[in-house]
Design a protein around this ligand. Structure first.
Ligand SMILES: Cc1cn([C@H]2C[C@H](O)[C@@H](COP(=O)(O)OP(=O)(O)OP(=O)(O)O)O2)c(=O)[nH]c1=O
Length: 198
């Protein structure tokens, strides 16, 4: 069965490519507003499922992979920043402490009237150095934080903010590779681990 990545994120495309699977991309446009009092775990799983479901609905008999990454601090869900002030405030709220990055991955397939699905949730702890107001503003002006949850990118200039990480690096960047490979193996999609050895 065909695999479709329900994402517009170049990082997710690159990460999924690292598994050596064949896939197409189709962005999923959904409302990413958390529900009232929605717990972070439930929120990211719901987002990943909805992204996969909207694309699966118009692509029957394909497996569709949706994913969502959010930064959690003091129980608050930090998505992507909406303005410079929002972005710098987000970053400063992460200064000199540890936060959690949650990434959910969902696989959905629709055939006739049945929906098949499975998902996983990966939690990673990230500890930041102290960040000054001046540093937060300078980082905002690099344009790197604008499209990233928590207003930073561990894989870019934002890497110098990170003192330590416990968990999955690829999950922080947007797609946990080991866990995604587990889900794909489970539905029989082959990656580089199945390539011929000649
Ligand atoms: C914390 C962190 C997040 N991110 C990114 C991963 C996600 O792409 C993004 C969080 O937003 P998401 O809503 O998870 O994803 P997206 O809108 O970029 O893509 P799509 O919904 O189409 O799949 O933040 C990094 O690239 N580096 C980081 O260090």
């Amino acid at each position: 069965m065909k695999l479709i990545l329900a994402s517009q994120s170049p990082r997710r495309r690159e990460l999924l490519g690292q598994l050596g699977v064949s896939f197409e991309c189709c962005p999923a446009d959904i409302d990413e507003t958390p529900l009232n009092n929605e717990f972070p775990d439930a929120y990211v799983i719901r987002m990943a499922m909805e992204k996969a479901q909207v694309v699966a609905a118009v692509n029957p008999s394909s497996w569709v992979l949706g994913s969502d990454t959010s930064v959690i601090v003091d129980g608050q869900i930090l998505g992507k920043p909406e303005s410079k002030e929002h972005g710098t405030d987000m970053l400063l709220s992460l200064s000199n402490r540890t936060h959690e990055v949650l990434t959910a991955v969902a696989l959905v397939a629709v055939d006739e009237s049945n929906q098949h699905s499975r998902h996983c949730l990966v939690k990673t702890q990230v500890s930041f150095r102290e960040i000054s107001q001046q540093m937060a503003e300078a980082y905002w002006h690099t344009q790197e934080p604008a499209d990233k949850a928590g207003a930073y990118g561990i894989q870019g200039l934002g890497g110098m903010l990170v003192r330590s990480i416990t968990g999955s690096y690829s999950s922080v960047v947007g797609l946990p590779l080991a866990e995604t490979a587990d889900l794909l193996m489970d539905i029989g999609i082959k990656g580089w681990w199945s390539w011929p050895q000649e």
